[in-house]
Design a protein around this ligand. Structure first.
Ligand code: MF3
Ligand code: CO
Ligand code: CO
Length: 264
C-alpha cells in the first residue's frame, strides 16, 4: 500500500480467493462458448450464464444491477465496443460477439471476456479478433514488478496501430478485488516510463478494445451500449492478472489456455 495510495495489495489469502473467483469466471466462458451459435438470442446466453453462476457456482453475476445494468453479462456484437445489453436479437452467421463475464465469490471479483465467432465469419473480422487478442497478451506479458502502466499501455497501442487498427480511449482496464472497478485505471495506450509502478500483490484487468476503423465511440440512448462512431467492427478480450514477485499470473485462464496439469 505504501507506494501507491488507493491501490490495494492482496495478501496471500486474498490472492487465493482471487484465484478461485478467476477460475469460476473462466468456467462461465468455457461453458457458454458452445452456446454461441447462429439463431441464439443474447438474452438466452444471459439466462444460461445467470443460471450457471447462481445455481451451480453459488456465486453472484456482478453486472446485474451494477449502476442499474439490467443483465448478468455483457454481449457486444460487431460494431458494439462494450457494455452491450443482452436482448431478443438473434445472433447471425458471420457475427462476432464479445461475452464479458464478471463473477463475485466470497467477496472477490473475477472479470474476463472473449470474442466468439458466430458460424463462418469474414477474414477481416477474424484478423481483428486475433490482433485484439494479441494486443491483450502483449500487455499481459509485460506485467512484472517495476514495470509502469504507461509501458504496458504503449505496447498494447503499438500492437494495434501497427496492424492498422485503433484503440478506444474512453474505457480502460481497472484494479479489481473486493471492488469491481478499483484503482488503478489501466489505459490501453500511453507513454513508456510514465504511470504507476507495478508491485507484487496488485490485481487488475487488461481489456483492450480495438476498432477496425477510427477510435471514436458513442453511447446509445439506453445509456450503456458503446458503439464505434464510424460503425466499424470492434473486438475486445479481457483477463484478470496478479502481479507476482517474478512477473504475472493470469487468474482467468480458460481450459484451453491453461498448461496441462501433471501427476505428482
Ligand atoms: N465487465 C466490464 C468490465 O470489464 C464492466 C461491465 S459493467 C456493466 O469492466 F455494468 F456493464 F456490466
Ligand atoms: Co473489466
Ligand atoms: Co469485463
Amino acid at each position: 500500500m505504501a507506494r501507491n495510495p488507493g491501490v490495494s495489495l492482496k495478501t496471500p489469502a486474498e490472492q487465493d480467493l482471487m484465484r478461485a473467483v478467476g477460475r469460476l469466471t473462466a468456467d462461465v466462458l468455457d461453458m457458454i462458448g458452445p452456446h454461441v451459435q447462429p439463431g441464439v438470442t443474447t438474452d438466452e446466453l444471459d439466462g444460461i450464464c445467470h443460471e450457471f453462476i447462481v445455481g451451480r457456482q453459488d456465486a453472484i453475476p456482478a453486472p446485474l444491477d451494477y449502476k442499474g445494468f439490467p443483465k448478468s453479462i455483457c454481449t457486444s456484437i460487431n460494431h458494439v465496443v462494450c457494455h452491450g445489453i443482452p436482448g431478443d436479437k438473434r445472433l447471425r452467421n458471420g457475427d462476432i460477439v464479445n461475452v464479458d463475464v464478471t463473477v463475485i465469490k466470497d467477496g472477490f471479483h473475477g472479470d474476463s471476456s472473449r470474442m466468439f465467432q458466430v458460424g463462418k465469419t469474414a477474414l477481416q473480422a477474424q484478423r481483428l479478433c486475433r490482433i485484439a487478442h494479441e494486443a491483450m497478451w502483449v500487455g499481459i506479458r509485460m506485467v512484472q514488478p517495476g514495470v509502469r502502466l504507461g509501458d504496458i499501455g504503449h505496447a498494447i497501442q503499438v500492437h494495434a496501430e501497427t496492424n492498422g487498427y485503433s484503440v478506444v480511449r474512453e474505457f480502460c482496464g481497472h484494479g479489481i478485488g473486493r471492488g469491481f472497478h478499483e484503482d488503478p485505471q489501466v489505459l490501453h495506450y500511453g507513454t513508456p516510463g510514465t504511470g504507476l509502478v507495478l508491485e507484487p500483490g496488485m490485481t487488475f484487468t487488461i481489456e483492450p478494445m480495438v476498432n477496425a476503423g477510427k477510435r471514436h465511440v458513442r453511447i446509445l440512448p439506453d445509456g450503456w451500449t458503446v458503439v464505434t462512431k464510424d460503425h466499424s467492427l470492434s473486438a475486445q478480450w479481457e483477463h484478470t492478472v496478479l502481479v507476482t514477485p517474478q512477473g504475472f499470473e493470469v487468474l482467468t485462464l480458460g481450459v484451453e489456455e491453461r498448461p496441462p496439469s501433471h501427476p505428482g
